[in-house]
Write a protein that binds this ligand. Sequence first.
Ligand code: DON
Length: 568
Amino acid sequence: MHTLKLLLSAALIFFSPLSVAEISAPKPPAAAVASAHPLATDAGIEIIHQGGNAFDAAIAVTAALAVVEPAGSGLGGGGFWLLHRESDGFQTMLDGRERAPLAAHRDMYLDEKGEVVPKLSIDGPLAAGIPGVPAALEHLANQYGQLPLRQSLAPAIRLARDGFAVDARYRRLAGFRLKALQKSPAATAIFLDQNELPTTGFVIKQPDLANTLEAIAQNGAAGFYSGPVAEMLVNRTRTAGGIWTREDLMQYKVVERAPIKTRYRDIEVTSAAPPSSGGIALATMFQILEHYPLDQLDKATRIHLIAEAMRRAYRDRAEYLGDPDFVSVPLKRLTHPFYAAGLASTIHPAKATPSDQLPGIADNRLGSDTTHFSIIDRDGNRVAATLSINFPFGSAFVPAGTGVLLNDEMDDFSSRPGAPNIYGLVGNSANAIAPGKRPLSSMSPTFLEDQQRVAILGTPGGSRIITMVLLGALEFAANKPPQAWVSAPRFHHQYLPDRLSFEPDTFSEETISALATMGHPLKEGSRQYGNMQAILWDRSQNSVIAASDPRGNGLASTTENRDASQLD
Ligand code: DON
């Protein structure tokens, strides 16, 4: 009987019109999109229904988020799009990270005494790097999409013209940035209602942004980086104290970079390459954790070991990482299992290592914006994209007439060695400001893959992005469903400040006292953080499940059974 089956399948392979690859590589039963805003998820699904692939949908979602989630990302910002093309297995990271303007220099945010001037790298046009999103949209359409750019941009243009309704999250973030927004007349006109926080349900229409999107739809990236839009961007930025030039815009180029790959047990982890620190830090942490039977340990010991892995990865981040086009990043060494073994050997099984006992660099603040989306199409093409304008509403500055909210990504540089940025992250000369350089990022769009399962995930959250992706991936490793990855309670260690922080109600009293006994300084945060968007394709179950972080108000949809996959 068995032999007969084998013969039959051999005959099928020889005589069927399907190739072996097609037989051994099933397709996902549905396409899926998970993003931080329901209207952006709908835009992606709409483009898939029109025959677009995951890359066309990524264009639609990126552009729609720029309209309906202005606090998180936009045409005036940047990001990383991790791509997987199913037909040949090709994977790449599209680097659309902002670049420092050509007139930028190392000490531009320091006063005469060499002290960092507060807010100079956060509010207003001087805080803004040269945006990468418009160039990335064109690159995605030309290199990977199958629909014309203008078709994939159509939902965003419609949303910009028709408007979207203010919700509670918008009010919280705009309220947080109210003073900065009130300083820019164009930002005030767009994002506020008569100079004040709009009420829930107020409709934000963005005709200037619709025109800028139209210019990109018609002329590609040139519609943004040259011509009338570029002229307005440069002139109005300079009038308000910025340093952008036409040359800056003309010179902007996206770069494709090989993603960072590592293994954890039988899982292949694929994540962001420098200028993101995400992939390397994940590689370090996974390879350290490979040394321990995490699932057999008591809870406190498990958390202790994960926190010690985090501490060591973030120390290296501060020491070594920066834009690979400018500094030489010791990538091979940092991602090598021997290196991780050396780090693991310094971990005491029951005692915290004070950060000042590690070689090396100070304050942590919570990141509350940026955005992530995940997409899979029915061919198995995948996109994980984390996009940012940095702080909520970026620099809060809009050059009049463009509708484009500029980023404050320059704050991700290390303004001075050892001086913490808004997320408390420290760095040294590897991440010092230089003309044309990209600031170091924590954004970590990630794929996970084992024999049967493929995962697409990522989240905003400033310095905590990498540790959230780690914790989500550990849930995947424990065979939990995507709803568990996005909702798992979170904790974080970033080397400096030396403390183990955690979301409210994450640890029991017993775990807290066990961790304190091990010597961990503990800090319970005031609220939950992160907004993870994840997709699981399980070949063994022939299922696609998408999940959106319950902490946000995103939407996860599949082309079949849309509502079943939605978390509320
Ligand atoms: O690139 C980075 O690492 C930061 N600009 C990300 C900022 C962020 O995630 C803000 N908040 N949640």
